[in-house]
Ligand binder design. Structure first.
Ligand SMILES: *[C@@H]1O[C@H](CO)[C@@H](O)[C@H](O)[C@H]1NC(C)=O
Ligand SMILES: *[C@@H]1O[C@H](CO)[C@@H](O)[C@H](O)[C@H]1NC(C)=O
Ligand SMILES: *[C@@H]1O[C@H](CO)[C@@H](O)[C@H](O)[C@H]1NC(C)=O
Ligand SMILES: *[C@@H]1O[C@H](CO)[C@@H](O)[C@H](O)[C@H]1NC(C)=O
Ligand SMILES: *[C@@H]1O[C@H](CO)[C@@H](O)[C@H](O)[C@H]1NC(C)=O
Ligand SMILES: *[C@@H]1O[C@H](CO)[C@@H](O)[C@H](O)[C@H]1NC(C)=O
Length: 619
């Protein structure tokens, strides 16, 4: 197998990256120009706001980005991020041409004279927006049920229109909604329960709305605890009957059912916290308001399974919505064996770790052996879920075009390089995977879970050893770990290489959909095999090819391959990985501020010393 073997080859790669940058061509996205043009053609602009800057004769890449109200992902590329056409006296119906702005995350048409109904297929038109502001227009008809499929909505503002009918109950499952305003319409019926900061003002001036936060509707509903208790009792009666009949098989099924009924939310463990609701949550930032454990419990529905963002080796992450609407993430740490003192000191250290590609730890809380960590909320969840969506949500992968994937690769590399080289103390993550790389509203990647692996480890006398079998997520573990049992920065580089391979191939680490049926290996083995057969090009995700960026994609793949070579010494450092990726994305100027510095250390020897030295100061 010949991927990239040595430092010298690495330097060659850098050289070839620089060369390739000069010859790569720039291609635009026709759909976006078509989209903006169709808005221009479908909308009446009596005050002439648009026609002063919306000039379609200029075919330069990035030309539409200078149009009034059009924001692009990057000024040199015709790829629309937001459209904000507020207060321009525009007239017409909801522009269907918006469907061709496939990367748009925000739409604001407020304070205009738009009219007519919203399209019933609205999620096919603005399916990826996080913010949809249509307030103060003359839109009418019912609120389309299909809005529930605009899964990324944070803000839905429909106030001051002529909407009528019911608010679809389905909208209750808009999991990310933060702002929801339908005041001053002609709506009626019950208000669905929404995970947002609801105030009565958001629903005011409608003829027939009822339910929280307005006065309750006529028919009273049973409280949920009564329902659960009744259901549990029912479950037990059924199982008793079944024992009588002696059908063992059915009995088992009933027992399972009963278990589910006894703990339908998977949160029975919170019972022991009932008496500890007054325990204070220690927050690192004064700006965040004071909280008690009880607030976190309320904000997570008592750590209901519906609030789970992801579960992993270090614990389970929950979405929390405070009463004032603030969103947070709470992590219930998996049985940590550390003493309170050790835990508090570890939290104090992690609370100081701040870099824009690391999820900020805001605070923590301890009660009855439970340890809860409080993090800033990441609107777009885990990269893994975007890259490997379930059948039903396969559309969302479309968001991840090349530019977004490159941005994620570079940003995550920056965060991890910072942990390895600039952070004090330096941190080996030990659990890197696409599940711990979370995405904020702008798809800026943020690494979570750093510094937690060692908290899991009761017999960890050396900071860097693994407990047997506890290496990290399947498919991400460096091959040397099974031999050495010692975590190293190069082990992180390997795991990170797998994430890069996922980004560029679109395949899962453990299971390759595109491989032939007889192939049983994992992603690295597949890529290696294809490389040996001189078919490395064929591993690239088809959706990335033929868009004028093939060269960049291929260089990215090369970097990924260099991270997953079997010998740890042959792998680049995270600093080098970051520099290599940055070179691939040079022309996009993703960001230069807040960058990491050249590391002062070099070899691995110094690393273990640093780690051990820190270990002894902890005691
Ligand atoms: C615009 O979108 C429609 C449907 O989504 C698609 O069929 C059409 O090809 C797109 N047009 C361009 C120019 O991308
Ligand atoms: C822009 O629109 C206004 C109003 O319709 C019109 O008076 C003006 O001539 C237009 N300007 C251009 C450059 O088309
Ligand atoms: C075309 O648009 C580009 C990018 O916005 C701008 O730099 C250039 O000056 C424009 N050319 C003309 C002829 O308007
Ligand atoms: C949405 O529905 C309208 C008709 O109501 C249709 O003209 C349009 O093509 C549809 N758009 C998409 C993207 O499906
Ligand atoms: C809004 O639309 C209604 C019909 O739905 C119409 O009667 C009314 O005049 C419109 N109002 C404005 C300000 O355009
Ligand atoms: C929640 O709503 C209240 C009342 O509308 C408001 O004062 C508060 O600022 C909101 N909080 C957030 C985080 O939006």
């Amino acid at each position: 197998m010949v991927l990239i073997g040595s430092r010298i080859r690495l330097i060659l790669v850098i050289a070839s990256l620089w060369l390739s940058l000069c010859i790569c061509s720039i291609h635009g996205d026709e759909g976006n120009v078509y989209c903006v043009k169709s808005i221009y053609e479908s909308v009446k602009d009596p005050l002439g706001y648009l026609n002063s800057t919306w000039n379609f004769d200029n075919h330069t890449e990035g030309s539409i980005c200078s149009f009034l109200g059009v924001e692009c992902w990057h000024p040199n590329e015709n790829k629309v991020l937001n459209i904000k056409l507020s207060n321009m006296g525009l007239k017409g119906s909801f522009p269907l041409g918006l469907a061709n702005c496939t990367s748009m995350t925000g739409l604001d048409l407020s304070n205009n004279d738009f009219s007519g109904p919203l399209p019933s297929n609205i999620s096919h038109i603005v399916g990826f927006v996080t913010s949809l502001v249509l307030s103060s227009n003359n839109f009418s008809g019912s609120i389309p049920v299909d809005l529930v499929n605009c899964k990324y909505l944070n803000e839905l503002s429909l106030e001051h229109n002529q909407f009528s009918g019911l608010i679809p109950t389905e909208l209750g499952s808009l999991g990310r909604i933060k702002t929801f305003n339908v005041a001053n319409n002609r709506l009626s019926g019950p208000i669905p329960s929404l995970p947002a900061n609801l105030s009565a003002d958001d629903f005011a001036n409608n003829p027939g709305l009822c339910g929280y936060p307005l006065p309750s509707c006529q028919s009273s509903s049973k409280s949920s605890t009564t329902v659960i208790v009744a259901a549990a009792v029912g479950g037990m009666t059924i199982s008793a009957l079944v024992i009588g009949v002696g059908l063992v098989f059915l009995y088992r099924r009933a027992a399972e059912k009963r278990k589910q009924l006894e703990d339908p939310e998977g949160n029975r463990w919170t019972m022991i916290l009932k008496g500890s609701k007054g325990v204070k949550v220690s927050m690192f930032e004064k700006s965040v308001s004071k909280m008690k454990l009880g607030d976190l419990m309320r904000a997570t529905n008592d750590f209901s399974k519906n609030n789970i963002i992801q579960s992993g080796r270090t614990g389970t992450m929950y979405k929390a919505v405070l009463e004032d609407g603030t969103m947070l993430m709470c992590k219930r740490l998996q049985d940590s064996q550390h003493s309170e003192k050790e835990f508090v000191s570890e939290m104090a250290t992690l609370g100081r770790v701040k870099q824009k590609n690391l999820v900020p730890l805001l605070g923590f809380c301890m009660a009855k052996n439970e340890k809860i960590l409080v993090y800033k909320y990441m609107v777009n969840g885990a990269l893994y879920d975007y890259l490997h969506p379930e059948e039903s949500t396969v559309e969302q992968k479309k968001v991840l075009d090349w530019l977004v994937r490159l941005k994620i690769g570079i940003g995550a590399a920056r965060g991890l390089a910072w942990l390895h080289h600039n952070c004090n103390p330096r941190i080996i993550h030990r659990n890197i995977s696409s599940k711990c790389i979370l995405l904020d509203g702008e798809f800026e990647p943020q690494i979570s879970d750093f510094g937690l692996a060692r908290l899991m480890n009761p017999i960890d006398t050396h900071l860097s050893t693994f407990v047997n079998g506890e290496f990290g997520d399947l498919g991400y573990v460096a091959p040397e770990y099974t031999r050495t049992l010692v975590a190293t920065p190069k082990g992180d580089v390997y795991s990170f290489g797998i994430v890069l391979l996922e980004l560029v191939t679109g395949e899962r680490p453990t299971q390759v959909n595109r491989a032939t049926e007889s192939f049983k290996g994992n992603l690295v083995e597949w890529v290696t095999m294809m490389s040996d057969e001189a078919r490395l090009n064929d591993v690239i995700d088809n959706s990335l090819l033929g868009k004028g960026v093939d060269n960049e994609v291929f260089q990215f793949l090369k970097v990924a391959c260099s991270c997953v070579v079997p010998g740890p010494k042959e792998r680049p450092t995270m600093f080098e990985v970051y520099q290599l990726l940055r070179a691939v994305g040079e022309r996009y100027n993703f960001s230069t501020e807040n960058d990491i510095m050249v590391p002062t250390d070099s070899g691995d020897a110094q690393w273990s010393e640093l780690i051990v030295a820190r270990d002894s100061t902890m005691d």
